[in-house]
Design a protein around this ligand. Sequence first.
Ligand SMILES: [Zn+2]
Ligand SMILES: [Zn+2]
Length: 243
Amino acid sequence: MGLEISILGNGGCLNKGLPHNAFLVDGRLLAEAPPDIMNSLNTHGIRVETIDSVFVSHLHGDHTFGLPFLIINQWFHSIKAGDGKVLTITGPKGVREHVHQITGLAFKATHPCMEWLKNKVVFREIDHRSETRLNANVFSYFKLDHVIDTYGFLIATSEKKRFAYIADTRWCPQVERVLKLNPEFVLMDMNGGEIHISPDEVIEKGLPLIKKGTVICGTHLSDEFTSARDALTCAKPGELIVI
Ligand SMILES: [Zn+2]
Ligand SMILES: [Zn+2]
């Protein structure tokens, strides 16, 4: 069994911001929930009820403020289908409290989706020692160097292939460790500036560390970029990566 990664987003960077930091793993695990997530799912023809698990790397709004809308849509479909569906949300310490808080702010305590959130959403707090599974794929988490507690993950498939997601971070030893593990594909925050990695930094420090065959792909971009190197690419909404 392989691994399928679908890059989500609405395309274009007319208003500079933090577009397309979300992606889907094997059609059912959503990584990151940016504020535009419902639009992205609609753009790519993905039904919200096919998602049964969400990972958020950290508790900044550009990674979590889509959750209230994802939750209200999940609640709506679950009630309609009467399927007793459970949603799992994985994230750093405090993720449960954060999601309850932002969903309560969005819809207030009396909305029935709050009861669904209480009873049907399971929270899983991770740290750098955590491991989880999705089908035959093993996820191991690693800590990054961002302004708050932030994690990336490495997926190892049953064929011993690896996919790495490096969320918001400065360049740090964990990034180097992951690159040296020879993953097939690395999706990496390349937003640049003071607290993110830039494409130039990847060229200078990252490309010398990887073996032939590894592709490092920039996501969470305020500016799309072009690259003359095969090993460095820029994520495009709608792109499908098969490992
Ligand atoms: Zn952040
Ligand atoms: Zn971010």
